[in-house]
Design a protein around this ligand. Sequence first.
Ligand code: GDP
Ligand code: GDP
Length: 438
Amino acid sequence: MNPVIALVGRPNVGKSTLFNRLTRSRDALVADFAGLTRDRKYGEGKVGGKPYIVIDTGGISGDEAGIDMAMAEQSLLAIEEADIVLFMVDGRAGLTAADQMIAQHLRTQGKDAWLIVNKTDGIDPEMAEIDFYEMGMERAPISIAAAHGRNVTNMIQHVLEPFPEEQDEEEHNQIKQKGIRIGIIGRPNVGKSTLVNRILGEDRVVVFDQPGTTRDAIAIPFERDGKEYTLIDTAGIRRRKNITEIAEKFSIIKTLEAVRECNVAVMVIDARTGIVEQDLHLLDFVLQSGRALVVAVNKWDGLDIDVKNKIKEDVDRRLGFVDYADMHFISALHGTGVGHLYKSINSAYDSAMSHWQTNRLTTILEDVVREHQPPISKGRRIKLRYAHQGGKNPPIIVVHGSQTEALPDSYKRYLTNTFRKVLKVKGTPIRFEFRSGE
Ligand code: GDP
Ligand code: GDP
């Protein structure tokens, strides 16, 4: 698990500016978390071989009356999740009452934060820092100018010093490569822990000693019917120092980690509350990540038949965008339907890890084109010539031709659907990449 850096500070000190600078270096897998939380923004970056996650918070504002709690809540959540807190202040504006309140709050939280004095372009950084000594932060301040990038890389390298470089792939894989890696995700209280316990407690399941843990995620290998699996258990890993109601809240970081580490995500939905907005965002995130997917509608026990029918209707209507995934109606509490998840997990995994020969893919492509020619663009017909596989989990099919950039979405959908049907791909998205050779 990569270190998590939270940016906190009152509004207007330059948090978003720094966030953008820190996340510019990488495609943000987490960009698609948008909508999962109201005010927090997640991004990824890397400096000197060390990857990290950054959380931008909405900002903590306050006056004589104290911190505006509604606004501060998001920041507090980010602080809870963070390994490193960068407390930003404005070197031009100087120390304010709100800064002091935030400093005091950080102290009561027991988080050791770095004081970052921003906007020190065109002024004497040391003079700017002096103003803030009064807050009595443990560490000396670091001055930067986020808008111009001054001292930003140095500062990040410095705060990341205690954290290891990216594990090399092979070492990492030894932990991860035990059979099918399953990540169980979902909103709080949908029944994830109950499901994990149910899975591991089953008679026919043999749970092995844990061979290793990555820094945070615990990988629990087990065997069922002679097949190997590893459950990526991220629940309760980030130990909370102050257990407050904050601990109950949804952890984006844990979800991110589970999705990243797994081959197949099992998304748990609560039948008692029905499908809510956050479920859709989460599913969309899994879709974007390319991981294979199985949906488990939980708490199916003791529901009236009308309620059941209504939920089934709802699922059909609203989960169409992940219709490649198998749906199960289960009771983690009683164990009903839990065993059936494996069939879907196995087939989703097999699909996600499929290997197809180039000539097979090309033959399918030729049939697709024969059936329906791609349209004409700029007076010439778009040509699709051959296809080969470009990756697994998710499977990527690379299609070569000419003018492929002009291929309409409707044609892409037709192509995807046909390949999916012919290759019998289930439980995983397929990605297409188009290359023009001329
Ligand atoms: P946030 O509310 O804390 O996220 O602050 P923003 O990142 O939106 O920045 C607030 C304002 O400060 C914007 O107008 C930025 O352009 C400006 N700003 C940010 N960083 C710097 C800096 O290093 N130097 C100067 N002079 N202005 C900055
Ligand atoms: P998590 O936050 O997603 O890990 O959810 P938990 O596993 O802690 O479950 C939340 C609550 O839902 C607990 O009170 C569970 O006993 C209850 N629960 C979990 N699964 C089921 C189920 O299948 N049926 C019913 N009726 N309750 C369940």
